[in-house]
Design a protein around this ligand. Structure first.
Ligand code: GDP
Length: 214
């Protein structure tokens, strides 16, 4: 991508999230999602990774996405419509990897992905959130492999980048990127972000616009 293309995408991302964003509905696991009539970008990550904060920063709306008090308990897909009329749906997936038995969470996740996301032609990308301080955990790798198998395109977003020094952030970014390159469905570029400082949020908006409309 040229710099001019990236500039265009940044502008498209900015415009996309400058308009209205509205909660659409919570879909419990075994219920039917609304018709696949819009491009969708989904957000996934371990509980407490900073997913709600990132969704709020992305959309510029505090309180749009709320954390459940009991991590790992929320088993709904929360759907948000971007634009009026809507042009994009954001899908907030339940956090994984909280339970002592991560295998169970992965199994639940596998079911979710298989029931809802696999074969949903409008799902353009899953953003897999990873805490900058921790890098990839075994459960993240399992999720990545699962998305590889489902052939769902995904991209890793590092969260809470403000919590570590720039040198440490550069190191974790390089390590995770190297590992992502070995995964067939993973996007090669990572996006380091901070919901606190808003670093990387404009890039994230551009990535969402690119994934949804390119
Ligand atoms: P979720 O469970 O993945 O939805 O995580 P939350 O968005 O609720 O965030 C979990 C905790 O991390 C909260 O205490 C947030 O305030 C904190 N947090 C989230 N994002 C950031 C960030 O970018 N920087 C810092 N310093 N803290 C963050």
């Amino acid at each position: 991508m040229t710099d001019a293309d990236q500039d265009d995408l940044m502008e498209e991302g900015r415009r996309l999230f400058a308009g209205p964003v509205a909660f659409q509905l919570s879909a419990p696991r075994l219920e039917i999602l609304p018709p696949a009539d819009l491009p969708e970008v989904a957000f996934a990550g371990r509980s407490n990774v900073g997913k709600s904060s990132l969704l709020n920063a992305l959309t510029g709306r505090n309180g749009l996405a709320r954390t459940s008090n009991t991590p790992g308990r929320t088993q709904e897909l929360n759907l948000f419509l971007v634009g009026e009329p809507p042009v994009l749906r954001l899908v907030d997936m339940p956090g994984y990897g909280y339970a002592e038995a991560p295998k169970d969470m992965v199994k639940q996740w596998a079911r979710l992905v298989n029931d809802y996301l696999r074969g949903r032609a409008t799902l353009k990308r899953v953003l897999v959130l990873v805490d900058s301080r921790h890098g990839l955990k075994p459960v993240d790798r399992e999720i990545m492999t699962l998305l590889d198998k489902a052939a769902v395109s995904y991209q890793i977003v590092l969260t809470k980048a403000d919590k570590i020094k720039p040198t440490a952030l550069a190191a974790v970014t390089a390590d995770v990127a190297e590992e992502a390159r070995k995964h067939p469905a993973a996007h090669p570029l990572l996006i380091p972000t901070s919901s606190e400082t808003k670093a990387g949020i404009a890039e994230l908006r551009a990535a969402v616009a690119g994934a949804a409309f390119a």
